[in-house]
Design a protein around this ligand. Sequence first.
Ligand SMILES: [Zn+2]
Length: 69
Amino acid sequence: MPWCDPCAKNWTPTSVPADGTCPDCGEPLEGTPGVEHEPYRTPWHFWVGVGAAAIYLGWRAIQGLMLLF
Ligand SMILES: [Zn+2]
């Protein structure tokens, strides 16, 4: 059972956020399953997609501005 010391309260695992902190005070809870897992990291290919989309949209914006002049 996830236990919060400052609140002196037991939380059900389903009421605790994915990062394992107390919904009331935000303190890390003791005995929370999943806390020992590595924090979620954004996969590198996501940023490749974001970068490609940004470059493409930037290029299209430049093209659009060129048509105005
Ligand atoms: Zn708390």
